[in-house]
Design a protein around this ligand. Structure first.
Ligand SMILES: Nc1nc2c(ncn2[C@@H]2O[C@H](COP(=O)(O)OP(=O)(O)O)[C@@H](O)[C@H]2O)c(=O)[nH]1
Ligand SMILES: [Mg+2]
Length: 433
C-alpha cells in the first residue's frame, strides 16, 4: 500500500505543530515520519536520509528569529529542503523554439507533444507537431488525431522509416510555425539503435530543448533513465507525466533533480490542457496542504533578513540624561531598570546602582528636571561647576547630590556603551525604546 505523499507530509507537519516544545526528540520523531512518507513515495533512501539530516541540523543549530512562531520557522525549513529535493520552479519562455521529445514506450511523449503545442499556441504562438515515431504502427494516426483536437499543425509521412527525412520535410512544411514539437519512437529500454536515430533527428531538427519524457510511475528509476539518455544524446530537461495518478511522483521528481536535470513541465491528466510548468511553490505548497506557502516563506525570509542586519546598520539609541530620565519616569525605580537591563542581557549592573533608595531616585528626577535640554543631551556640559551649582539650587538639592547623579549616570553609560556593540542587546534595547 502506498501512502499518499502529500497526506503523509501534512500529517507529520500537523503532529509537529501540535507539540508544545520542539527539541531534538520532537525533530527526530518528525523526521522519522518524513522518512516513512518519502520512502513510500519511492524517493531514494540516500536522498531521504540527506533530506532529514539537513532538516535536523538546520532546526537544531539555528533559532527562529524573534517574533516568529517556531512551527512557521520549521515549516519554512521543511519547505526549503523539499524544494532542494524536488527541484525549483521552471518558467517557460514564450518564444519561437523547437522542442525534441524523447523517452521510452508509454511514457507519454505523443500526448505531451500535443499538450505542449497547445500550451504555446494558447499563449499566442503558432505551433505544430511532427511525427517522427517510425516504430509504432499507429503513431501517425495518434498524433494526427491529438493535433486536430489541440488545433495545432501536424506533419507526418506514413510508411516513411527514415526519421531524419521526416524532420527535414516537416521543417519545410511547417516553416511558418513558431513552436515545433518533434515526437519520436520509444523503446522498452534505451538501445544503440534508438540512440543513433535520436542523434540523426536532433542533427536535422536543431532543437532548443531536448526533453526526456518520463512517467511518474517509475519513481526513483527516473534518475537512471535521465542519466542514460543524457549520456547518449544530452538532455536539457525532463517532463514528468502522470503526476495525477501515481504515488511515486515525489520519487520521480527527486530522482530527476538528483540526476542534475531540471523538471520543466508536469503532466497531470489525460486531457490536452493537463500540463503545467513545474512550480515548486504550488507543488510543494499543495503537498504540505498550504496553498499560501509563498506568503509564509516571505514572512520567514523577512524575519531572517531583519535578524541578520549588521550592528553598524542599526541605529543605536544614545543613552543621555533625557533617555535616562524617561526611563526613570516610566519605570519609577532602579529595581525595574535592573530587570529591564537584565532582560536585555546585562544582568551585572553595579550593585550600588541597583540598590538605590526610592528617596534617591526621587532626588534624581528633580535634578534632571532642573537641567536644560542641552545638559540632558550632552553629559559633558556637567563638568562645569557653575552649571552644577545652578542645577543643585534649582532642584533644591546639594551640589554633592548632583555630582553623585552624574557619576552614577556615567557608570551606566559606560556599561551601556560596552553593551551597545552586542547585537542582541541592541535589538532588544531598540525594541524597548
Ligand atoms: N493520467 C495521465 N495519463 C497520461 C498523462 N500523459 C499521458 N498519459 C496517458 O499515457 C498513455 C501513453 O501515452 P503516450 O503519449 O501514447 O505515450 P508514448 O508511448 O510515450 O508516446 C496514454 O493513454 C495517455 O493518455 C498524464 O499526465 N496523466
Ligand atoms: Mg508515442
Amino acid at each position: 500500500m502506498n501512502m499518499d505523499l502529500g497526506e503523509g507530509l501534512r500529517k507529520a507537519l500537523a503532529k509537529l505543530t501540535k507539540s508544545t516544545i520542539i527539541d531534538a526528540k520532537t525533530i527526530r520523531e518528525f523526521n522519522k515520519d518524513l522518512q516513512k512518507t518519502l520512502i513510500s513515495a519511492d524517493v531514494e533512501v540516500q536522498l531521504v536520509l540527506q533530506f532529514t539530516k539537513d532538516i535536523e541540523e538546520k532546526v537544531l543549530k539555528s533559532k527562529p528569529p524573534s517574533g516568529l512562531a517556531p512551527t512557521d520557522y520549521i515549516t519554512n525549513i521543511v519547505y526549503d529542503e523539499l524544494v532542494k529535493l524536488m527541484g525549483s520552479t521552471y518558467t517557460p519562455q514564450i518564444k519561437k523554439q523547437r522542442i525534441l521529445l524523447m523517452g521510452l514506450y508509454g511514457s507519454g511523449k505523443t500526448t505531451t507533444a500535443a499538450k505542449l503545442a497547445k500550451y504555446y499556441q494558447d499563449r499566442g504562438l503558432s505551433a505544430g507537431v511532427i511525427c517522427c515515431d517510425v516504430a509504432r504502427p499507429a503513431a501517425y494516426e495518434q498524433l494526427e488525431t491529438l493535433a486536430k483536437q489541440a488545433n495545432v499543425a501536424f506533419y507526418g509521412a506514413k510508411g516513411e522509416k527514415n526519421a531524419a527525412k521526416i524532420v527535414k520535410d516537416g521543417l519545410i512544411e511547417l516553416k511558418d510555425k513558431q513552436v515545433l514539437i518533434c515526437d519520436t519512437s520509444g523503446r522498452n529500454a534505451l538501445d544503440n539503435q534508438l540512440t543513433e536515430e535520436l542523434k540523426k533527428i536532433s542533427k536535422e531538427f536543431g532543437p532548443d530543448e531536448k526533453v526526456l519524457v518520463i512517467s511518474a510511475d517509475i519513481g526513483q528509476v527516473a534518475a537512471r533513465q535521465a542519466r542514460e539518455f543524457d549520456k547518449a544524446v544530452k538532455v536539457s530537461g525532463v517532463i514528468v507525466t502522470k503526476m495525477d495518478g501515481s504515488g511515486k511522483g515525489g520519487g520521480a521528481l527527486s530522482a530527476t533533480n538528483a540526476a542534475s536535470t531540471r523538471v520543466m513541465f508536469i503532466g497531470v491528466g489525460e486531457k490536452l490542457t493537463n500540463i503545467e510548468p513545474y512550480n515548486a511553490e504550488k507543488f510543494i505548497g499543495g503537498l504540505l496542504g498550504m496553498p499560501d506557502i509563498a506568503s509564509l516563506v516571505s514572512t520567514v525570509q523577512q524575519a531572517i533578513k531583519e535578524a541578520n542586519i549588521k550592528p553598524e546598520e542599526m541605529e543605536a539609541e544614545e543613552l543621555n540624561f533625557d533617555t535616562f530620565y524617561t526611563q526613570l519616569k516610566t519605570m519609577g525605580g532602579m529595581g525595574s531598570l535592573k530587570s529591564v537591563f537584565g532582560m536585555m542581557g546585562a544582568p551585572d549592573i553595579p550593585k550600588d546602582m541597583v540598590e538605590q533608595s526610592e528617596e534617591k531616585l526621587k532626588r534624581y528626577k528633580v535634578i534632571i528636571a532642573s537641567m536644560t535640554k542641552e545638559e540632558r543631551r550632552d553629559g559633558k556640559l556637567l563638568h562645569d561647576t557653575k552649571r552644577i551649582a545652578r542645577i543643585a539650587k534649582g532642584s533644591g538639592t546639594s551640589e554633592n547630590d548632583v555630582h553623585r547623579l552624574v557619576s552614577d549616570f556615567n557608570k551606566m553609560k559606560k556599561m551601556f556603551n560596552s553593551l551597545k556593540n552586542d547585537r542582541n542587546f541592541k535589538k532588544r534595547f531598540g525594541k524597548f525604546m
